[in-house]
Design a protein around this ligand. Structure first.
Ligand code: NAP
Ligand code: COA
Length: 266
């Protein structure tokens, strides 16, 4: 199945590495104009160079999603240079494994500020520039949003909030023809998230064995889901949290908690 996003503008926050960059590649290959945003100017420059190889227009912003003024400026600039935003992906996030008592107040705040407040900043600042009707907003969630997982109290709390941002925005913006959904990826091979949560071969095996489909997902699996969800084929789908995880969230996710515990010597 291939999609045609030519003439469309896609903005990906956190779109300079891993899953979000994979999503950006999917849309760029399908002909879209791309804007990506993350903190590191080097990562932004590298992502722009990679994405331009697909032949379309690509711009980027070095900005922290915790800084509302910087996020707001990025959307204003995108709308001036690439037009209204047809697809918005909010995927910037931070994670580290730690038992609750090892998370300082500032550590908890950092993750909540990046994942939850950052998602609010992104969708709020983008709103005036979304194509109405027709825009698709996708927040990148995680199984931690509804499955309690040891060593992940901060991420569980933040991602649960992200899914509520999705649901409330879906209700408020539905009448304007803007659909808002979350995608909840399973364990995705070769990503920073997995390097942090399954940092050795034993933990990697434990995660793989806990997925009903018996394998890790790829960044392209998530890109395909995002392209379907943003297409007219999904015109009546809004306010959902879509797991793209080989069945992991049916129960296997909790095995990762024991994996992290073992990897940390617990
Ligand atoms: P990643 O490569 O580290 O992606 C995170 C992105 O967010 C990077 O581009 C990073 O770039 C950016 N970022 C981080 N903090 C930021 C901030 N304060 N402001 C702006 N940008 C910021 O990790 P990933 O594993 O691919 O994860 C991507 C998304 O998928 C996350 O939302 C994560 O929760 C979700 N997820 C991942 C998995 C998995 O298996 N990996 C599973 C479930 C859900 P800079 O460093 O340049 O800022
Ligand atoms: N265990 C416990 N606390 C940790 C930690 C760890 N492994 N890593 C960071 N922290 C704490 C810090 O000690 C600090 O708290 P303190 O001021 O009380 O000491 C707090 O978290 C903030 O750390 P800092 O490095 O200043 O934050 P930052 O805003 O620069 O970075 C992070 C945010 C910590 C989430 C960082 O890991 C990051 O930038 N991650 C982005 C990439 C990523 O996580 N990818 C995977 C996505 S799923």
């Amino acid at each position: 199945m291939s999609y045609d996003y030519s003439g469309k503008t896609v903005f990906v926050s956190g779109g300079t590495s891993g899953i979000n960059l994979g999503i950006a590649h999917g849309f760029a290959k399908a002909g879209a104009k791309l804007a990506v945003m993350s903190r590191s100017q080097d990562k932004v420059d590298a992502a722009i160079a990679e994405l331009k190889a697909h032949g379309g227009e690509v711009i980027g912003f070095a900005a922290d999603v915790r800084d509302y003024a910087a996020v707001d400026a990025a959307f204003k600039d995108t709308s001036l240079r690439l037009g209204n935003i047809d697809v918005l992906i909010s995927g910037a996030a931070g994670n580290f494994p730690s038992p609750a008592m090892g998370i300082s107040p500032n550590g908890f705040k950092s993750v909540v500020d990046i994942d939850l407040l950052g998602t609010f900043h992104v969708v709020r600042a983008a709103f005036p520039y979304l194509t109405k009707p027709g825009a698709s907003v996708i927040n990148i969630s995680a199984p931690q949003a509804w499955i309690a997982l040891e060593f992940q109290m901060h991420v569980c709390a933040a991602k649960a909030g992200v899914d509520m941002v999705t649901r409330v925005a879906a209700i408020e913006w539905g009448p304007l023809g803007v659909r808002v959904n979350s995608i909840s990826p399973g364990p995705i091979e070769g990503t920073e998230g997995m390097r942090r949560l399954a940092p050795n071969e034993r933990a990697t095996e434990l995660v793989r064995d806990s997925v009903p489909m018996g394998c890790f997902g790829s960044t392209d699996d998530i890109a395909q889901a995002a392209m379907w969800l943003s297409s007219p084929l999904a015109r009546y789908v809004t306010g959902v949290v879509l797991p793209v995880d080989g069945g992991w969230s049916l129960g296997g996710v909790t095995a990762m908690g024991s994996g992290i515990k073992k990897a940390m010597g617990g």
